[in-house]
Design a protein around this ligand. Structure first.
Ligand code: NI
Length: 170
């Protein structure tokens, strides 16, 4: 289905899969629905909250026994501190299907640009270079079987409504 006025989001990207330490691309996930979220592991409360909500959405979808598997992808916007080890430790607190993706600064900037995700370092501590926050867009993106952008959900969307809307795309 094509619809007029659909935002042109997404496109090819390359990142590093923290499970394997190897490069992955958008094409690596073709054949699966993915739910893409951009954040950073030092985020004090918004990211943890959104990752819990993504887990709740997945549980809702899985509970009906008919929905295809949706793979949640967490893309860090803070690759400097979000090493493979950091990301793998962080994901233990969330839905077991989460795939953690990091990359070079350029790789992260490229995918963020493709999805029009804003991120910017904030609250830098002059005494400690590793102590900072990152302002970032808080959006979940539903991506289809061929890597095409299907829908997005903001922080104010309710879990039930997100699950219902995702089912409408299957
Ligand atoms: Ni965050």
């Amino acid at each position: 289905m094509t619809s007029v006025g659909k935002p042109l989001l997404g496109g090819p990207w390359t990142l590093v899969d923290c499970d394997t330490g190897r490069a992955v691309t958008d094409a690596s996930f073709h054949g699966k629905y993915t739910l893409l979220y951009f954040g950073f592991t030092h985020c004090p409360d918004i990211c943890p909250n959104e990752l819990v909500r993504i887990g709740d959405v997945l549980d809702k979808l899985d509970a009906d026994g008919k929905s295809p598997e949706v793979v949640p992808l967490f893309v860090t916007v803070d690759p400097r501190r979000d090493t493979i080890e950091q990301m793998q430790a962080y994901k233990q607190d969330f839905h077991p299907r989460f795939k953690m993706l990091t990359g070079t600064r350029d790789q992260v900037a490229d995918i963020a640009k493709a999805y029009r995700v804003y991120f910017s370092k904030a609250d830098e501590n002059e005494e400690d270079d590793d102590d900072y926050l990152v302002d970032h867009s808080i959006v979940m993106y539903l991506v289809g079987l061929n890597g095409e952008f299907l829908d997005f959900f903001t922080q104010s969307a309710r879990v039930d409504d997100i699950a219902k809307k995702i089912k409408g795309h299957f």
